[in-house]
Design a protein around this ligand. Structure first.
Ligand SMILES: Cc1cc2nc3c(=O)[nH]c(=O)nc-3n(C[C@H](O)[C@H](O)[C@H](O)COP(=O)(O)O)c2cc1C
Length: 346
């Protein structure tokens, strides 16, 4: 832990080196397919995070060269440090995808060995790879040898309760040149159910000397601090709790840096962010696609607010982009809602 003078707060975590970068604050936005596109990462970045990661990009999709895949790897000029996350189990394709990620400006290549989705696991990719430790070593080794930027890995704690192998995988990762490991404290069998085991994250941390990022079930500053206490992790990664609630990243930041908790956002501030998010989506994806994407994102912002059920159905029933803006603006700016903002944390 950093020793500071009497007037400075003491951070719970000091940050760490990753290649030529320092990850400080050691807070990452979790990769979430269909959610953490460039517009959402742009919104989140300002709330005090030290690392963003793209959505998972399948190495086979890279091979096919689709425009949509290219868009997924688009980074902002000032978005750094940032990882491009790739997935796959055939070393040749994964290496090609890693080189492609480097070409697209990634500071780090993150390999996904945590995805629980059936379609992915059927191809022995994502979390299914955890069942084949030799395969894990082979793929990591091939990627590390192929690229000249740090390679990182994101895993779950194992396939199921009876075959947890988070320590083995952590050691294999370090031995084969992985420079940072993120552990989502669930097995594949858990999918997103039950509780993430922060102790299991600690098991990985205890057997390696590379930085370990803890992930799973952080919902606010205190839960981030509790994960750090239980696992001794070097950084934290936050996913679902950020959906419609990017301000919670500022709470996590303040807790980790030993700073006072930030004020809850006022209605106008919430609307400013919702509006900006909508505009970024339209700018990046075009209005037609953005119009579909906001049906997912914008209702999340109303979670915990008075009248959110009525707002959600009103919002889903309008069809044009202009109407979507108007309905959202009318809801988020209505004075009656201000008092309810206090409930916004998920
Ligand atoms: C909709 C959704 C999409 C996800 N997509 C990815 C992904 O592309 N790559 C990845 O490594 N993890 C993915 N995850 C897992 C998250 O990164 C994270 O590990 C998980 O949600 C647990 O963290 P949380 O409790 O903070 O949400 C996804 C999770 C969700 C809910």
């Amino acid at each position: 832990m950093i020793q500071q003078d009497n007037h400075s707060p003491t951070p719970a975590l000091p940050g760490f080196k990753l290649g030529k970068f320092t990850i400080n604050p050691p807070i990452a936005l979790a990769p979430m397919a269909g959610i953490t596109d460039l517009p959402f990462r742009r919104i989140c970045r300002r709330f005090g995070i030290g690392l963003t990661v793209t959505e998972m990009i399948a190495s086979r999709a890279v091979e096919q060269g689709r425009e949509r895949t290219e868009r997924m790897a688009e980074l902002d000029k000032n978005e750094s440090p940032v990882s491009i996350q790739i997935a796959g189990s055939d070393s040749k394709f994964v290496v090609d995808a890693a080189l492609w990620a480097v070409d697209h400006g990634a500071d780090f290549v993150d390999i996904n060995m945590g995805c629980p989705v059936k379609k992915v696991c059927k191809q022995v990719a994502g979390s299914a790879m955890l069942r084949d430790e030799a395969l894990v070593a082979r793929v990591i080794d091939a990627v590390v040898k192929a690229v000249d930027i740090p390679v990182t890995l994101k895993i779950r704690t194992g396939w199921d309760d009876t075959s947890k192998n988070v320590e083995n995988i952590a050691k294999i990762a370090e031995d084969n040149g992985i420079q940072m490991l993120t552990v989502h404290g669930r097995t594949r069998a858990q999918m997103f159910n039950g509780k993430a085991s922060w102790e299991d994250i600690g098991c990985a941390k205890s057997v390696v000397s590379i930085p370990v990022i803890g992930n799973g079930d952080i919902i606010d500053g205190p839960s981030a601090l509790e994960m750090i206490r239980q696992s001794n992790c070097d950084g934290v990664m936050v996913g679902r709790a950020v959906q419609g609630n990017p301000w919670m990243l500022a709470q996590v930041h303040a807790a980790i840096m030993g700073l006072p908790q930030p004020n809850k956002p006022k209605a106008e501030e919430v609307w400013a962010i919702v509006h900006e998010h909508m505009l970024h989506l339209a700018d990046f994806h075009g209005e037609k696609r953005a119009s579909k994407l906001v049906r997912k994102h914008v209702p999340w912002y109303s979670k915990g607010w008075h009248g959110s059920t009525g707002f959600r159905s009103a919002f889903q029933s309008v069809n044009t982009w202009q109407q979507q803006i108007e309905v959202a603006q009318a809801y988020f700016l209505s004075v009656d809602h201000q008092a309810e903002v206090l409930d916004i944390a998920v």
